[in-house]
Design a protein around this ligand. Structure first.
Ligand code: T46
Length: 142
């Protein structure tokens, strides 16, 4: 699984009644079968969640209410920050990406579509292990 982080803009179907967004699995915007959905809410502004990477998991994150920031570190060391502050913004995160979720606004709800069922063995929760794994991934490619 090649690591990837990509911002996604969903199509709005809006009219005078309000907005609607439809997401379909196995599409350009959600390029996997969705096997699990979870959501994070009732956070505090100072909370930092995540602090882990995944080996194989593919996910699309959407802040369906409020806002939060996703901080990512790629296997090549590239770091990026993505503010999800409107429901038409999504973030595709795949493979070995160290991620932190932070700066939650009051009432933020972060919805996540995931390609696999929950599996703790897919998590890398130790940063030094992530560094070692990213070094070996980088070495293989270079
Ligand atoms: C991720 C970020 C964006 C389950 O039992 N089932 C689940 O599907 C999930 C996601 C979690 N859990 C349990 C495991 C822990 O005991 O819920 C507890 C909290 O999980 P965690 O500390 O991993 O939560 P976050 O917010 O740090 O990370 C979550 C996802 O776990 C992770 O895959 O990419 O959101």
């Amino acid at each position: 699984m090649t690591a990837e982080v990509r911002e996604i803009k969903f199509q709005l179907h809006g009219d005078e009644r309000g907005q609607l967004i439809a997401l379909e699995a196995l599409s350009d915007l959600v390029p996997f079968e969705v096997k699990r959905i979870y959501y994070i809410f009732d956070t505090t502004p100072s909370t930092v969640r995540g602090k882990h990477a995944h080996k194989e998991l593919r996910q699309v994150m959407i802040c369906v209410s409020g806002a939060c920031t996703i901080e990512c570190e790629m296997p090549d060391g590239t770091k990026s920050e993505h503010r999800l502050d409107w429901p038409d913004k999504g973030l595709l995160v795949e493979g070995l990406v160290w991620r932190n979720m932070k700066d939650f606004s009051k009432g933020a709800v972060l919805l996540v579509l995931a390609s696999e069922h929950y599996d703790e063995s897919d998590y890398i929760r130790d940063y030094d292990t992530f560094l070692a794994m990213k070094m070996s991934q980088h070495d293989v490619k270079s």
